[in-house]
Design a protein around this ligand. Structure first.
Ligand code: RIB
Ligand code: CA
Length: 313
């Protein structure tokens, strides 16, 4: 087997973040150098607690977890308790974690790691607002040319927005950080609502998880059953979109996804469309292409991978 791919997961857990982290922790193809935590779905105090609960649920208490930005770079923090619950990880009852938080700040860890590791050997997997990555780029611009790839969950075009009619939550919370990231010059893969809305947590798919019968699998089913209710009510679908695990699944099985290399930029001035991902899918502008924007997924293949890997924990 080739050497494991070195990754940093930046996250605001969140039930869908949790499934992404479990998928990564269960996959020997990936070498998780660290999990950096950011405020997003719920405040940092809770996302930091949740990240450690998830690592301990996976039986991986030696995973390095770093505390990051407590708020966006410019705007006030917007959270999503209506979706994720007051704890941010409503669904299962998970024990208080005993594993430590690293002393180093997440932004310093990202900069130090990218400046230490050989160029082009570390991938950033972002599952929440991009504040930590934006701050790292401001602190040390040279990291941009050293990043192997940024695979980010965020944005939307054909599906519109989920927190405003124009904007998806991760981008809306910190549009300035997202703008910096998309302009930084690193290779970028965007997993927007256009693809995640085709990966629905149907009753059959959740039952397949629960039927594994292990603690991580049952807890995952309980997380998804809580998480999906908001979007089922909004969209009237059987199940809700499973966003963040698409990022990790892309690293493991890129062939599950289809997209285009296009220009993607972020609205950061108009309040009406703040945080909109202006994705030039049809190539009508002459703006420089900067990201592979995913639009389709083999959903059955995705859930088969997710279920098989979580069954390994
Ligand atoms: O819009 C979906 C994204 O916002 C996901 O990453 C979810 O966890 C929330 O952070
Ligand atoms: Ca998230």
């Amino acid at each position: 087997m080739p050497a494991a791919r070195k990754i940093i997961i930046d996250t605001d857990p969140g039930q869908d973040d949790a499934l992404a982290i479990l998928l990564a922790l269960a996959s020997p193809e990936l070498d998780i150098l660290g999990i950096t935590v950011v405020a997003g779905n719920v405040p940092l105090r809770l996302t930091l607690l949740n990240a450690r609960k998830i690592c301990e649920l996976a039986g991986k208490p030696k995973t390095r977890v770093f505390s990051g930005a407590v708020r966006p770079m410019v705007r006030d923090l917007v959270t999503a308790e209506e979706v994720h619950g007051q704890t941010g990880l409503n669904g299962p009852v998970l024990p208080e974690p005993t594993m430590p938080v690293e002393a180093q700040h997440a932004v310093d860890f990202i900069v130090e790691t990218l400046m230490r590791e050989p160029p082009g050997t570390v991938t950033l997997c972002t599952l929440g607002p991009l504040t930590n990555i934006g701050l790292a780029l401001v602190k040390e611009p040279r990291i941009a040319e050293r990043i192997q790839e940024i695979v980010m969950m965020g944005g939307g075009l054909f599906e519109g927005g989920n927190v405003t009619p124009a904007a998806e939550f991760n981008i809306y919370v910190d549009p300035h950080a997202a703008g910096l990231v998309l302009k930084c010059g690193a290779p970028i893969v965007v997993m927007p609502l256009d693809v995640t809305h085709r990966a629905l947590t149907t009753a059959r798919r959740i039952a397949a998880l629960r039927d594994l019968g292990t603690a991580p699998a049952i807890a995952s089913a309980e997380m998804l059953e809580f998480f999906e209710r908001f979007d089922e009510g909004k969209y009237g679908t059987d199940g809700g979109p499973l966003h963040d695990p698409c990022v990790i699944a892309y690293l493991l099985r890129p062939q599950l996804f289809q997209g285009r290399y296009i220009n993607v930029e972020i609205e950061t001035t108009s309040e009406l469309t703040m945080g909109m991902t202006v994705a030039d899918w049809w190539g009508v502008s002459k703006r420089q292409k900067n990201a592979t924007y995913m639009r389709d997924i083999d959903a059955d293949g995705f859930f088969a991978l997710l279920t098989e890997r979580i069954g390994r924990l």
